[in-house]
Design a protein around this ligand. Structure first.
Ligand SMILES: C[S@@+](CC[C@H](N)C(=O)[O-])C[C@H]1O[C@@H](n2cnc3c(N)ncnc32)[C@H](O)[C@@H]1O
Length: 184
């Protein structure tokens, strides 16, 4: 059972692995609220430079010394938001939501940058945690937040069975009006 849990925690999301090929080769990626860094690790192994940020310094230790990974211990919900003025080629967010800073987060993507976002939505309370509506996306919420200067590549919402039963919402979008994209 321990091995199964470990595998689930270290296996990258198929939403992230599917859309990573849209990111500029060797580009700089922010793994936001990275936890133990399953995506930072996977992306760095594919030649991307990754900044992995989380408030959990113990989880970040698992990433110390990995080639192409920089770790940063920071509070992403405090008064001094740590990424003002920074730009990345992509941002990956999974299983994390902080609505007050959602708009800030979008500003770190350069034009042409790729947002890959997947987290729980309303309805997940039937399956377990998170169940607090503060941490659950509303129907269509990611889509509605990216109206305007974004090219939506893919959007999904609903119940999934794997890696465990959950209600999720996920989006992949490119900042700006991208010319025809080659879909991965
Ligand atoms: C459910 S985990 C998801 C980890 C990773 N994204 C993944 O999917 O494997 C949520 C992460 O958000 C981080 N987190 C929660 N609140 C935070 C905050 N205020 N500042 C920075 N990180 C935070 C937690 O430490 C935790 O690692």
């Amino acid at each position: 059972m321990h091995d199964l849990l470990h595998t689930a925690a270290s296996t990258p999301s198929s939403w992230v692995t599917r859309f990573a090929p849209l990111i500029a080769s060797g580009g700089a990626i922010l793994d936001y609220a990275c936890g133990s860094g399953r995506h930072a690790r996977w992306l760095a192994q594919r030649g991307f430079r990754v900044e992995a940020v989380d408030r959990d310094g113990i989880a970040l230790q698992l990433l110390q010394g990995l080639p192409k990974v920089t770790t940063r211990e920071a509070d992403l919900e405090g008064e001094a938001w740590p990424y003002a003025g920074r730009q990345f080629d992509a941002v990956v967010v999974t299983n994390y939501l902080c609505r007050p800073y959602f708009g800030h987060l979008l500003t770190v993507l350069r034009p042409g940058g790729v947002l890959i976002y997947e987290t729980f939505m309303l309805g997940n309370e039937r399956f377990g945690k998170p169940s607090n509506p503060e941490f659950l996306l509303r129907p269509n919420e990611l889509l509605e937040r990216l109206r305007g200067d974004w090219t939506i590549v893919a959007f999904e919402q609903g119940e999934v069975q794997s890696p465990r039963p959950a209600a999720v919402q996920r989006i992949c979008a490119v900042r700006g009006h991208a010319a025809t994209l080659v879909l991965p």
